[in-house]
Design a protein around this ligand. Structure first.
Ligand code: GLN
Length: 409
């Protein structure tokens, strides 16, 4: 008998997957790139495929070359001389890494605080491991703000404090945030850190969009705040960094006390992450600095963001200008569509945003993701006002999408 509840219901990625949409629909839904990883990264993958050791199981901690590259890249940012044997774990994408942390640490009924909206995967990852999600709102921009940025989505630290109970084990921080693009400020992170310290909580800091922070904003790693290293696991992703989301190579960085049990969990779940692509991710991190890769990539993404935000400006539609990540939230509460449109059953059972996104995909030819999926059922109505558009696409594609979106008027 199937378990009940949201966690095993059809997920938004499957509903809005390209296979369900017209072939010529521009896919700004699930966040993946329509351009290749850098040549010097794919060359390293090809070389790895042609030699023997990187085609076999890697050590469950990850191949040593990648762990060394993570140490060299993240060590200075985390202000630590990272130990590759005990403080770094390569995982099969950031998702699997986070799942393994929950597997290692959650006991039946343990509570995990997350800001809502939240990256949808957190919910099943917590509940499958016996945990209970507890939601704290990211408050939407006030109506008086005419041109909101992701920084206008705010947290109320008293609400975080009020969410803590004797069963709270962990708090998830996600900066830059999916789906809002919010880059948490140092002050916000300090206040979260103080609560983690006071109530002895673990912090899972999902920073997979750390290489995509715009407008000169500072990406603060909560693990670097005083006293936080010992209770924080920082999550990273080669997929986001090197336009290779299908490679499923991610990593966790943290103290031995977190990495060791998580290693045990990940070993039992996947044993190890695919080996050859770890070599490619290592080459990426090794050469990124010298090639100024992330600086250039940031500029490219800033230009991509502008194509969509300009289009929304011209349309006079309200959106949240993201300071990080590659997502823009569009306010679709005023977008009209016929309620008698032939919607599929998967969409009919959900919020207004599912119907709006479906209609926009079918009739305007641009797909996006309905944001109520990033809310629990009780609060889904808040998310129904928004659609999330991904701008991790080449400029021509985004310009064509912008042109089509003019029909929204
Ligand atoms: N992180 C991607 C997104 O938000 C893909 C989600 C997933 O893991 N299915 O679009």
């Amino acid at each position: 008998r199937l378990k009940e509840g949201r966690a095993l219901a059809l997920d938004v990625w499957s509903i809005f997957s390209a296979v369900n949409l017209p072939a010529d629909c521009i896919n700004l839904g699930q966040g993946y790139m329509n351009f290749a990883p850098p040549k010097w990264v794919t060359t390293a993958a090809e070389q790895a495929l042609q030699s023997v050791p990187p085609n076999h199981y890697s050590h469950p901690r990850g191949r040593i070359r990648l762990r060394e590259a993570i140490k060299a890249f993240y060590g200075p940012q985390l202000q630590r001389d990272l130990d590759v044997e005990s403080e770094i774990l390569v995982t099969s994408g950031a998702n699997e890494g986070q799942y393994s942390v929950f597997t290692a640490f959650l006991e039946q009924g343990d509570e995990v605080i997350m800001f809502e909206p939240f990256f949808d995967q957190y919910l099943p990852s917590v509940t499958f491991n016996g945990g209970k999600p507890v939601y704290v709102p990211l408050h939407p921009p006030k109506d008086s703000v005419t041109k909101p940025t992701s920084n206008d989505w705010t947290i109320d630290i008293d609400e975080v404090r009020a969410a803590v109970t004797p069963r709270t084990k962990m708090i998830i921080v996600n900066t830059p945030h999916n789906p809002i693009g919010k880059v948490f400020t140092r002050k916000e992170l300090e206040s979260i850190a103080a609560i983690a310290e006071e109530f002895n909580l673990l912090v899972m800091s999902d920073e997979v969009y750390d290489c995509l922070v715009f407008d000169g904003k500072e990406h603060v790693r909560i693990a670097t705040l005083p006293g936080m290293w010992d209770r924080t696991v920082t999550v990273g992703s080669a997929g986001k960094a090197f336009a290779a989301t299908g490679w499923r190579v991610g990593w966790l960085i943290g103290p031995q006390s977190i990495i060791q049990p998580t290693l045990a969990a990940t070993t039992r779940i996947v044993f190890c992450t695919n080996s050859p692509l770890q070599e490619a991710a290592a080459a990426g991190l090794e050469q990124a600095k010298e090639r100024k890769f992330f600086e250039t990539q940031r500029e490219e993404y800033t230009e991509r963001r502008k194509v969509l935000s300009d289009a929304f400006d011209e349309l006079g539609l309200k959106y949240t200008q993201p300071e990080g990540s590659y997502f823009i939230l569009l306010d679709i509460s005023q977008v009209k569509f016929p309620e008698d449109y032939p919607f599929p059953q998967s969409v009919l059972g959900r919020g207004r945003d599912f119907r709006a996104c479906w209609f926009i995909a079918m009739e305007i030819g641009v797909s996006s993701i309905p944001v109520s999926e990033f809310y629990c059922e009780e609060h889904a109505n808040i998310g129904e006002a928004y659609a999330r558009f991904a701008f991790c696409k080449d400029l021509d594609t985004l310009r064509e999408a912008a042109k089509r979106l003019h029909k929204l008027k």
